[in-house]
Design a binder for this molecule. Structure first.
Ligand code: PMT
Length: 399
């Protein structure tokens, strides 16, 4: 089975006797490194309890279309935005018919309609129902629409019949399901990414910093790892766990980030500067805490410019493909284009940080990718999906 590390998977469970095997599917999905949210139809609950699947997935199981506990009570939209892929196992004949006709009258069918990624289905039904022309027509229609069909298998069925229609075994389903993910379009590449803020100390208890949670840089690192790249992540202080399987370097100041970048950038194919690097640092570091002077109502700090890391990398003889980020509050595109030119970048990712719903700290972003040849808007979506699209774009530029 191919790696499903860091993937967000919705497992749809519908009402067939094979529903008991969904417990094992959840277990294998978790073991392969993915996060799983289970969506059950009401008839599935007759075969296996939500509590079992909740305990195995570690997440609340969703059953109702109108979900008071989800943000804006629209669980189907939130789930569709969260997921990287949907697997429906078992999928009954009724489920195939409803998906094929585009019904949206329960949670699973509406999530499937709202979701724009890959959907895999593991059919499970009586052999006569499977052979029926209407089921076969629904199947053909779903295949034409891009649904991946995993199975069914042949053999003795719960009702005593023998023939095609029983659900494949969990590992056989996951083998087919995992192959629906793009694997390793950056498998020969090494990528250096900076993330988070830098901190420029004033005295032992104070520093100047920039806003950055590190979410954008860390999710780009995850997306690059998922695409098969070898990733080095150089990060300022943030409250995030470094992604597994990356070479992680922790720094505090812009000077340390500059040194770390110049050390690690050799033989890298791509450099992505997501970090919000402080442009200035205090000229003097006070060894002791600066005491509040009751006679003075103001304090003057003298600052000096930090070296521009991106610029230093762009001046190397053998420079990698260079990606900068522009966090702007005004004139987003024209300011970003100036940085593309002045820093001699191959690509700049422009984000509007005046909008509180995207950019800093937020889980979502909306960006414009700008090269010398084109501009491409990536509409508002979570940073994980944006990251995957940015990595796909970079990968297409390298080929
Ligand atoms: O971390 P999050 O909360 O998820 O937020 C993400 C983000 C908004 C911080 C990120 O998407 C972003 O836009 N990062 C760059 C922010 C920024 O400081 O931009 P800038 O205009 O100052 O710098 C432009 C580019 O030059 C950046 O790629 C920066 O890393 C780089 N730079 C800046 C200064 C410097 N001394 N050296 C540099 O390499």
């Amino acid at each position: 089975m191919k790696s499903l590390i860091n993937k967000n998977i919705i497992l749809g469970v519908t009402g067939g006797i094979a529903a008991y095997k969904s417990a094992e599917i959840v277990r294998h999905l978790k073991k392969s490194g993915s996060s799983v949210r289970v969506v059950m139809t009401s008839s599935a609950e007759e075969f296996i309890t939500p509590l079992t699947l909740q305990a195995l997935s570690g997440n609340r199981v969703s059953t109702d279309l109108l979900d008071a506990e989800s943000e804006a009570a629209m669980g189907h939209i939130e789930l569709a935005k969260w997921a990287d892929a949907i697997l429906i196992a078992p999928a009954t004949a009724n489920t195939l018919a409803r998906l094929s006709s585009g019904r949206g009258d329960d949670l699973l069918s509406t999530v499937s309609l709202a979701f724009d990624g890959p959907i895999s289905i593991a059919p499970a039904m009586n052999q006569a129902m499977w052979k029926d022309n209407r089921t076969q027509e629904n199947l053909e229609n779903l295949q034409k629409k891009g649904f991946k069909i995993c199975g069914p298998g042949s053999g003795e069925q719960a009702c005593g019949d023998v023939g095609l229609g029983r659900m494949l075994e969990p590992l056989e389903i996951l083998e087919l399901f995992s192959s629906s993910f793009d694997q390793g379009n950056l498998s020969e590449r090494s990528i250096l990414i900076t993330a988070g803020p830098t901190q420029e100390p004033i005295d032992p208890v104070r520093f100047i910093t920039n806003r950055s949670s590190g979410k954008m840089g860390y999710s780009l690192a995850e997306a690059a790892i998922e695409a098969g790249a070898k990733v080095t992540l150089i990060s300022g202080p943030v409250n995030l766990e470094p992604p597994p399987n990356c070479n992680f370097v922790s720094i505090e100041t812009a000077k340390e980030m500059h040194e770390a970048v110049m050390h690690h950038v050799k033989s890298k194919d791509v450099y992505i500067g997501t970090a919000a690097v402080a442009d200035y640092r205090p000229v003097t570091f006070h060894e002791s805490k600066i005491k509040k002077d009751t006679d003075k109502s103001s304090l003057t700090l003298q600052l000096q410019e930090n070296q521009d890391i991106l610029k230093s990398v762009s001046e190397l003889n053998e420079r990698p493909y260079l990606v900068g980020f522009a966090a702007e509050t005004d004139n987003l595109l024209s300011n970003a284009k100036k940085k593309l030119k002045n820093k001699r970048l191959d690509l700049i990712v422009a984000n509007d940080v005046s909008n509180k719903e995207i950019g800093f700290d937020s889980n979502e972003n909306e960006v414009t990718l700008i090269t010398n040849a084109e501009e491409k808007v990536l509409e508002k979506q979570n940073k994980k999906k944006i990251s995957k699209k940015i990595i796909d774009f970079i990968s297409s530029e390298l080929t």
